[in-house]
Design a protein around this ligand. Sequence first.
Ligand code: AMP
Length: 389
Amino acid sequence: MNVLVVNAGSSSLKYQLMDTVTREVFAKGNCERIGLDRGIFGHAVAGEEKVTEDALFPDHRTAIRAVLDHLAGLDIAFDGIGHRIVQGGWYFEDSALVTDEVYAKILEVAPLAPLHNYGEAAIIEYCRERYPELPNVAVFDTSFHMTMPEVASTYALPKDVVDKYHVRKYGAHGTSHRYEWMRAKELLGESCHRLLSCHLGNGASLCAIEDGTCRDTTMGLTPLDGLMMGTRCGSIDPATVCYLQREGGYTYDEVDEMMNKRSGMLAVSGISSDARDIRDGASRGDERCLLAFDMFAYKAMTQAAAMIASMAGVDTITFTAGIGENDWSIRKAFCECFEWLGVRIDNDRNRSAERGDRVISAAGSSVTVMVIPTDEEYMIASDVERLAV
Ligand code: AMP
């Protein structure tokens, strides 16, 4: 089946048109700077150079219209559209074929992720209007985590508040963690039961997966919680928010912007949110960059210990996303913290320039450690194939 996968962020949109059986990608591209003054439209067809054009995208609807106009010109047909949706709220334990009811629920839960869900809903609305005969499937970043036990998902806040505002741990990166489980199981078979999935990119989260079910994850009500990230602070004492508002005179919006956009690796290193820049700084002996790396690894290690405890053990660890797939030194620092658990990394395998799925643990390691490049687009496309009627 040929599926168009649409993955929209708050100000960007990526698309891929792929065959779910062969996994061949026929065309892909991205719209950048949605909602800003000067937009950029990048697109490529298989085997050809990427073309980048100036564009103007006042909103997500304009961006998806540009993508669909472009694809219509290429004359490659598709049989369904898959949409990554950041927040499925309390409704969706699985991806869903979009009906009027599903669409209304995506909007109903949007206050939990206002920068994402409204734009993603606008894209769905446009696709349904333009191609009413095609199935649209919504694939939620949160649904994989909905089976998390209550003991892990519940926040210790007054029950009336929790119920009224649907406050709980929802997690994120669920499609990526689901892919990590699926692929680890395919490759390791019976020996894979308790997987610690480490999605380490600009956004970063860990997930404890036992026999395919999420036991716990580090992101919370929103993707701000958990690990220290490129620009997000991750877990801090929640009273910090009240303190800054009370004593620092910061408004709600200022604290929100500070913790999401000006914190994390960017704030600690003082130079960049990008791990490669910080790596360069650290190799020059810059102390703030060294601290940023040490903190990233330390927080990942301590939170991983909590994830492992939630499964009462671990037999497999996978690394994915920009840092997880590419930065051997973070993987090494992380795995060395678990030597007490019998984790042994093979330094040559870990440092090898090999790409794709690979084992990096040493023979005799109590835990199989792998790098599995995530493929959220493939997961979304296969959900379209599974659910489209
Ligand atoms: P993502 O959000 O998955 O695109 O990951 C982005 C993060 O991955 C950034 O911090 C990048 O610096 C980091 N990254 C990407 N490529 C590399 C690389 N080759 N080595 C180290 N870090 C990388």
